[in-house]
Design a protein around this ligand. Structure first.
Ligand code: UDP
Ligand code: MG
Length: 332
């Protein structure tokens, strides 16, 4: 740490002297994870807290409106270990909101985002911290190099998504990138400075920049419980990513609209010439119908695309909070 004193974001008045060990905050969003939490906490104690003694830790569980015993389990864990902090939402706001809330409440010099299903290997935290200690990067991110254990159709759609978004967005999206990453305070502050209501963290992390090092690992299947991402939820998430980080679909409507108008004009001229030379028999009903339907479909598609952007602008303008907190043991 180059500074004399490390000033925490949430407690600008309070400061931690360099004599203390650096604080690492681990942010863990949880939704219906009663089966996973005890296992996860046990592994974290053994692999991270008791081994990495050069650092202080705080583990922030964000209960995203779980309907099972997740909150009760978190409360119990927090009673046993004061390093365990939590905050609980008034309803399910989604993983993005949970990550945002966790980052906002994290006081660490380094902050790590991590799922609690052990698909993000806790052993990697040590190498992430070691990499940051080399002082040549601000963020250590992870990416899966295999999608073993994932349904084939899901992998195919994920690959197509990355291909499309990288073509139409200025922000780079890394295929297989996880949300599992360790960031310096400066990166976290930059991420929190983006007040977007519709958050797509994979894009936000890349958009803020900073020197990022990528660690790779093979996909690991969930230890217990089940994935909260249905195919429909993932599709909506992909659309979210495209609309948040590219205006290309809007331009696509303009480009296609112009092309179709030019073609329609040409067609009209051809029809007039044909009518003048050969007269005007009552043919052409099918082609008329086809063209009308095609144009109608296209206009609706273009309207839909515009609608996606207008809806997001509307939600943003309303300035609703990203999440509502109901309960927490975090002192402000
Ligand atoms: N999660 C959440 N809110 C949600 C859905 C998921 O906080 O609405 C959490 C979940 O508890 C887990 C992480 O986000 O810790 C990743 O979810 P999951 O493992 O279901 O996703 P996958 O690994 O299948 O992409
Ligand atoms: Mg998972």
């Amino acid at each position: 740490m180059q500074q004399e004193e490390l000033v925490s974001r949430d407690n600008p008045g309070k400061s931690r002297s360099t004599a203390q060990k650096p604080l690492v905050s681990i942010v863990c969003p949880c939704y219906n994870e009663e089966a996973m939490l005890p296992l996860y906490e046990d592994v974290m104690q053994k692999i991270v807290f008791s081994r990495l003694t050069d650092y202080d830790f705080e583990l922030i569980f964000v209960n995203d409106g779980s309907k099972d015993k997740t909150l009760a389990i978190i409360r119990e864990l927090a009673k046993k270990d004061e390093r365990i902090k939590y905050l609980s939402f008034s309803r399910n706001f989604g993983k993005e909101a949970a990550m945002y809330a966790g980052l906002k409440n994290a006081k660490g010099d380094f902050v790590c985002v991590m799922d609690c299903d052990l698909q993000d290997p806790p052993e990697m935290i040590e190498s992430m911290l070691a990499r940051l200690a080399q002082d040549d990067c601000d963020c250590v991110a992870t990416r899966r190099v295999t999608r073993k254990g994932e349904p084939k159709i899901r992998s195919a759609f994920a690959r197509a998504f990355y291909r499309i978004i990288n073509r139409i967005s200025d922000t780079e999206f890394v295929d297989g990138a996880r949300d599992f990453r360790m960031m310096r305070r400066c990166v976290v502050d930059a991420v929190l400075d983006l007040p977007e209501y519709h958050r797509f963290s994979k894009g936000i992390f890349m958009w803020v920049g900073f020197e990022t090092v990528w660690l790779e690992y093979e996909n690991i299947e969930r230890v217990a419980g089940e994935t909260k991402w249905s195919f429909w939820k993932l599709t909506k998430y992909a659309i979210e990513g495209i609309v948040s980080f590219s205006t290309a679909p809007l331009k696509m409507a303009t480009a296609a609209g112009s092309a179709i108008s030019v073609l329609a004009l040409l067609y009209m001229v051809i029809r007039v010439v044909i009518a003048m030379i050969w007269g005007n028999p009552v043919a052409g009903y099918p082609s008329l119908l086809a063209i009308t339907l095609c144009l109608g479909g296209f206009i609706l598609l273009a309207l839909g695309i515009i609608g996606e952007y207008v809806a997001r602008t509307y939600m943003q303008v309303k300035q609703r909070p990203i999440y509502i907190q109901k309960e927490s043991n975090i002192k402000k």
